[in-house]
Write a protein that binds this ligand. Structure first.
Ligand code: HMG
Ligand code: MG
Length: 301
C-alpha cells in the first residue's frame, strides 16, 4: 500500500524564474534556494543547463550550483537541473549536479518550438544524457511536456504521452514527470490520462507537474494523489511558465498544495508558515503579485 506522505519537488528556481524577463540577480536566486531549503523542502529544481540563447535567464546555472551545493551535503537536500542534451549534461556534471532532468514533448509542434527538434530527436538526445548520467550514478527524471494540449497544435492524444513515458522508462529514467505545460488540465482529464498511463507504469514512478493557467492545478494534484501519485512539482508563489508556451501561467503554488495536503492529514515535511514568508519575499523581490492564495492569506494574518 502506498504511503500517505508526499514528496514536494520545488521547481520555482527553475520553472519559476526561466520566464521572468528582467534579469534576476544571481544572488537573489541563491538566496531563494537557501530560504526554500530552510522550510523543510528536500527536493529543489535549481536551474537549467540549456542554451543561454534560448533561456538567458538561467545562463548563470553553474554559479548558482557553486553556491548551493554545500547546502545539499549538510541536510540530504536534492538539487536537480535541466539537461536536455550532452552539452547540457557536461555543464551540469561539471557544476556538480547529482540529479538531472531530461525532457521531451508528447507533441511535435511544441518540441520544435521548445527544443528546435522533433520528438524523436529530443528522445535521442535524452537517451545520450541518461546513458552518461547512469554511468556516473546520477538520478534522472524524464519530463513529458504537453500532456493535455500543445500551445500550437491543440489537444494531445494520450497514446502520444504514453509513448514518451515508455521511452523514458526504457532508457532508464528513475522517475517520469507529467507536464501540463499549458495548464489546461482538469481533474477529469488528469484521471483519464492517468488511467491510461498507470496500466503501463507504476504510480510511484510518476510525478505530477501541473501549470495553473485555469486555476485547476491544486485539484489536479489532489486527483493524481487519489490515483496513487506521491510526488508533485510546484513553484513558490505560483511562479513560472515556459517562454515557448505563450499564455501559460505558473505551476501549482507550493504554498497552496502544502496547505491542501497538511490540512488533509497528509505529511509534506514542510513548514507552511515559513514557506509563505519565502513566497512573499520572492514576489517582492521580483515585483510580482503573489500567485499563491494560501501564501497571501497566511502572510496577511
Ligand atoms: P539549437 O540552437 O538547435 O542547438 O538548440 P544546437 O545543437 O544547434 O547548438 C547551437 C548552439 O547552442 C551551439 O553553440 C551549442 O553548443 C549550444 P555555438 O556552437 O553556436 O556557440 N548549445 C548549448 N549551450 C549550452 N547548453 C546547452 C546547449 N545545447 C546546445 N545545453 C536546444 C537546441 C535544445 C539547446 C535549445 O532549443 C534549448 O536550449 N532549449 C531549451 C528550452 C528550455 O529550456 N525550455 C524551458 C524548459 S522546458 C519546460 O519548461 C517544460 C517543463 O517545465 C515541463 C512542463 O511544464 O511541461 C520541464
Ligand atoms: Mg513547466
Amino acid at each position: 500500500k502506498a504511503s500517505s506522505a508526499v514528496r514536494i519537488l520545488e521547481v520555482g528556481p527553475r520553472d519559476g524564474l526561466q520566464n521572468i524577463r528582467t534579469q534576476v540577480p544571481t544572488a537573489t536566486k541563491i538566496e531563494l534556494i537557501k530560504k526554500l531549503a530552510a522550510t523543510g523542502l528536500t527536493d529543489i529544481e535549481a536551474t537549467s543547463f540549456v542554451s543561454p540563447k534560448w533561456v538567458p535567464q538561467l545562463a548563470d546555472g553553474a554559479e548558482v550550483m557553486h553556491h548551493i551545493l554545500n547546502l545539499g551535503s549538510q541536510n540530504d537536500l536534492r538539487f536537480s537541473v535541466l539537461a536536455p542534451n550532452l552539452k547540457g549534461f557536461e555543464n551540469a556534471f561539471r557544476a556538480g549536479a547529482k540529479e538531472v532532468v531530461v525532457f521531451a514533448s508528447a507533441t511535435e509542434a511544441f518540441s520544435k518550438k521548445n527544443q528546435n527538434c522533433t520528438v524523436e530527436q529530443a528522445l535521442d538526445a535524452a537517451r545520450a544524457v541518461v546513458k552518461q548520467a547512469k554511468q556516473n550514478n546520477l538520478w534522472v527524471r524524464g519530463v513529458v511536456s504537453c500532456i493535455f494540449s500543445d500551445p500550437y497544435s491543440g489537444p494531445t492524444d494520450p497514446r502520444d504521452v504514453l509513448y514518451v513515458v515508455e521511452q523514458f522508462v526504457d532508457m532508464g529514467c528513475d522517475e517520469i514527470g507529467l507536464g501540463d505545460t499549458l495548464g489546461v488540465g482538469t481533474p477529469k482529464r488528469t484521471q483519464t490520462l492517468l488511467e491510461v498511463l498507470l496500466k503501463a507504469v507504476p504510480a510511484d514512478k510518476l510525478t505530477g507537474h501541473f501549470h495553473d493557467t485555469y486555476g485547476q492545478a491544486v485539484a489536479n494534484v489532489l486527483r493524481a494523489y487519489e490515483l496513487g501519485l506521491r510526488t508533485f512539482d510546484s513553484s513558490i508563489a505560483g511562479l513560472g511558465g515556459c517562454p515557448y508556451a505563450p499564455g501559460a501561467k505558473g505551476n501549482a503554488a507550493t504554498e497552496d498544495i502544502v496547505y491542501a495536503f497538511e490540512n488533509s492529514g497528509i505529511d509534506t515535511g514542510i513548514d507552511l508558515q515559513k514557506l509563505a514568508t519565502v513566497g512573499d519575499w520572492i514576489s517582492r523581490q521580483l515585483g510580482l503579485p503573489n500567485n499563491s492564495r494560501a501564501g497571501a492569506a497566511l502572510v496577511a494574518k
